[in-house]
Design a protein around this ligand. Structure first.
Ligand code: KG4
Ligand code: ZN
Length: 338
């Protein structure tokens, strides 16, 4: 199958052409236009601006994806799109364009929940750092800007929700802590960069829900602890210790994520773990998980951890459940928990 994937859930407009058969997933093109530079001065995504940028970028991005892949609409077997979750204004752009293209060119339309799409970055050829297609059953940890979820994946489209964050997502915690330290948007990668030169043991931070017997997470207490720590210290001290504080925050988030993910694997007696989402690009998380888990760990290449359309097209190839284009609606609240 040759699939056109479209992804527009937040501040990235993405289109990708993917060739999928039973043994390999080849990316023929993967194009992305980001409005992140517009949001820098606000310290976070401004939904209205993001939606306007989606509208301007979507057609050029799709045309570029087709052109780079040297594929025309007649050669495409299906169109995939993420109807949610995300920002409604942004989602509407991708969904309505995908519906329109599906009707005009008479191609099946396959919706892919953005969160499930993230996991499929691990199916892209040679990108999951193991080198072969993932196998089931597998524990999946999704860590993105808006979500932190643990699932048991039993097959394509078959999963069981095991737990998730009760408040802030891991990425949100990275971003908010970064903002408190005056680091530029997007906070996560900038905090991680500073953390490289820091000593994670210099600050003691709480490990949220460390001893809870469930598979849930909580990150708002950590955010508050960082806020208190910053306000209690003289400004100069914080400035001098920024790298250490970043390292401590990163270490705390990564340690909690790894502990609960391995606990899920042990609880269900599963020797495979897969991570996905923007925070899966975090080097400390990747290293810690590989060090502490004796089974197989699937981790996407960093460029496929953050939002992209190749993961949406890939997921569509495996899930392959087309819908009537006239029935598909953008849904900002789609969730893995049910
Ligand atoms: O999956 P994603 O691109 O978008 C959502 O679906 O939310 O994830 C974005 C999140 C942001 O919170 C960003 O700060 C975080 O992923 N992120 C990172 C890193 N790269 C991206 N967090 C920590 N370390 C990184 N290297
Ligand atoms: Zn995402």
């Amino acid at each position: 199958m040759i699939i056109l994937g479209i992804e527009s859930s937040c501040d990235e407009t993405a289109a990708s052409i993917v060739h999928i058969d039973s043994s390999r997933v080849q990316i023929l093109s993967n194009v992305l236009a980001s409005s992140a530079s517009i949001h820098v001065k606000y310290g976070g995504v401004v939904p209205e601006q993001a939606a306007r940028h989606q509208l301007e970028s979507i057609i050029p991005v799709i045309i570029e994806a087709l052109s780079q892949a040297k594929v025309n609409f007649e050669e495409i077997d299906a169109i995939a799109v993420a109807p949610g979750p995300g920002l409604i204004g942004s989602l509407l752009v991708g969904v309505e364009v995908a519906k329109t293209l599906s009707l005009i060119f008479d191609k099946p339309l396959i919706p892919v929940t953005h969160l499930i799409g993230h996991f499929y970055a691990n199916w892209i050829e040679k990108t999951n750092l193991v080198g072969s297609m993932p196998e089931f059953p597998c524990i999946g940890l999704l860590v993105s800007g808006g979500h932190t979820d643990l699932i048991l994946m039993e097959g394509h489209g078959q999963y069981k929700y095991l737990g998730g964050t009760r408040d802030d997502a891991a990425g949100e915690c990275f971003d908010k802590c970064a903002r408190m330290m005056d680091l530029p948007y997007p906070g996560g990668p900038n905090l991680a960069k500073l953390a490289e030169n820091g000593d994670p043991t210099k600050f003691k931070l709480p490990k949220p829900m460390w001893d809870s017997k469930d598979l849930d997470f909580s990150f708002s207490g950590l955010k508050t602890a960082v806020s208190n720590l910053i306000s209690e210290q003289p400004k100069a001290n914080v400035a001098n210790a920024k790298a250490d504080l970043c390292a401590a925050i990163e270490q705390t988030i990564a340690t909690v994520l790894v502990k609960k993910t391995i606990a899920a694997a042990n609880q269900y007696n599963i020797d495979r773990i897969m991570i996905a989402g923007g925070v899966a690009a975090n080097q400390r998380l990747r290293t810690l998980l590989k060090e502490q888990f004796s089974g197989t760990v699937y981790i996407p290449e960093s460029q496929y951890c953050t939002d992209n359309a190749a993961m949406i097209a890939t997921a569509a190839g495996f899930l392959n459940q087309p819908v009537d284009p006239l029935d598909l609606q953008a849904n900002p609240n789609l969730s893995l928990a049910y």
